[in-house]
Design a protein around this ligand. Structure first.
Ligand code: ARG
Length: 469
């Protein structure tokens, strides 16, 4: 095929068969790594220059050529190439620009350390945008929590009305989950921020390169410590898929809650028009497709993670071609996160609450049965007995078709006990740290907003935390 630039023809009497190319080539997807491939190559050329393998003039020519290759790609050229992979493409394009000198770029390097480096660079960008998107969502949730710190809603266990909480408290539960995810992203990103370049094919490079200096020039915190590991390790990729899966599992749970809250049955909230979908048949429908897709994608992301671990588990050291299949799950997962997170953030911002309906449901006095038992316990009745009394009262009220508090005083429950129990007080009493009292929630919402800000600062380029493990 025209212009194809294979990197390994020498020992073969014939080029690769069409059936092999179709199966073996990765250009159709690893072209997404072109910017990283060029960055890595520029850094390699410059290091070769610094350690005297290339002359200054050669280095300049190669670097300039590489930058032109990247610019041409940016401008939309080269899409019709039939290269084997992104590395062959870049080297081939460089050769078209600077001639045989292009062949010096690969001195002391292998596609094995090259692709491992490309992937680390790509992952660093993926971690950073993932982190920023999580913080946007956390910020939206914290803002809603601040505004709805005193909005009562029923809290559930087993999806049965349990005890009242506030909507703000619900928001902050997800803030905790997603801020833990954000921390995970940073930790994994910092652990992964090391440079495999200079590991060669597997045994290291025979050139006098300074790998620490090379690593620094690419923004890495350090060079990988072992060449066999350097070319074959994909832990960072697995961790990306894990953190993404766990995060999507959290978002899926949030989606599930919101699907319920916005259902006709609950009616606690309404989806913004711009973020819901209709039915081609049923004119009245307003559907939570966005939330259902988040839930669906969470399932698929978990599949990507388990598939990836299965890909790794039997591989002998060092590089094996199976590793070529590491990229697409990462690309797909990043695309999902990139679409899902902003959409969900917009939905959190735009969700319309039906506060009357929510607090009406929270005022269901079944939710106050715990409160009644606590009232008895406050005046000295052992809680186990108080629980029994409140339970009997609940059954009697149910049989009489009355509310728990409507039934006249009886069976160890005084009028004063009944008078001490109401929704507002139930909420206000949960004032210990982590509880749902409106005061606590307002305070926790402020803290959450500050944590988001601190997270942004710590992640900003040049911040001290950037290079912490
Ligand atoms: N396309 C390959 C990959 O993505 C590049 C590394 C090729 N190395 C090799 N030994 N065949 O993994």
């Amino acid at each position: 095929m025209s212009g194809r630039h294979d990197l390994w023809g020498g020992r073969f009497a014939a080029g690769p068969a069409e059936v092999l190319r179709r199966f073996n080539d990765s250009w159709s997807f690893d072209r997404a790594l072109l910017p990283e491939d060029v960055l890595g190559s520029v850094a390699w050329a410059e290091e070769l220059g610094r350690c005297g393998v290339l002359t200054a003039a050669e280095t300049r020519k190669i670097v300039k050529g590489l930058r032109e290759v990247a610019a041409a790609w940016e401008a939309g050229e080269g899409r019709d190439s039939d290269a084997e992979d992104v590395h062959s493409f870049v080297e081939g394009e460089l050769g078209k620009r600077i001639g045989p000198l292009a062949g010096k770029l690969h001195t002391g390097r292998s596609r094995n350390d090259q692709v491992a480096t490309d992937l680390r660079l790509w992952l660093r960008g993926a971690f950073d945008s993932f982190h920023a998107a999580i913080l946007d969502l956390a910020e939206a949730l914290a803002a809603r929590a601040a505004a709805e710190a005193a909005t009562p809603m029923p809290g559930y266990t087993h999806l049965k009305r349990a005890e009242p909480v506030t909507f703000g408290h619900w928001c902050l539960a997800y803030v905790e989950m997603v801020l833990r995810d954000a921390d995970r992203v940073r930790a994994v990103r910092n652990r992964a921020n090391e440079c495999p370049l200079g590991s060669g094919a597997l045994s290291g490079t025979p050139l006098p390169v300074d790998r620490a200096r090379l690593a620094k020039s690419l923004g890495f915190d350090r060079a990988t410590a072992n060449s066999l590991d350097g070319v074959s390790d994909r832990d960072a990729a697995a961790e990306y898929l894990f953190v993404a899966s766990l995060h999507l599992a959290h978002l899926s749970r949030m989606g599930e809650d919101l699907i319920f809250f916005t259902s006709d049955e609950a009616g606690f909230a309404e989806l913004p028009d711009a973020l819901s979908t209709g039915s081609s048949r049923m004119p009245q429908k307003k559907n939570p497709d966005l939330l259902e897709l988040v839930r669906g994608h969470a399932g698929r992301a978990i599949g990507e993670l388990t598939g990836f671990l299965a890909l790794l588990k039997g591989l002998p050291l060092a590089y094996d071609k199976d590793l070529q299949l590491d990229k697409e799950p990462l690309f797909r997962t990043r695309a999902v996160l990139g679409a899902a997170l902003p959409a969900l953030t917009a939905l959190v911002r735009g969700l319309k609450l039906n506060r009357d309906r929510m607090s009406g449901a929270a005022a269901d006095d079944r939710l106050l049965a715990t409160e009644l038992a606590d009232a008895l316990a406050r005046r000295g009745v052992p809680f186990r007995q108080a629980h029994e009394i409140a339970g009997r009262r609940f059954a009697a009220a149910e049989a009489a078709g009355l509310g728990l508090l409507e039934l006249p005083p009886s069976d160890g429950v005084t009028g004063a006990d009944l008078a001490s129990v109401d929704l507002g007080r139930a909420l206000a009493r949960r004032g210990a740290a982590g509880g749902t009292s409106p005061k606590r929630v307002a305070q926790a919402a402020r803290k959450a907003a500050a944590r988001v800000e601190a997270g942004r600062k710590a992640a900003a380029p040049g911040a001290g935390a950037r290079s912490r493990g």
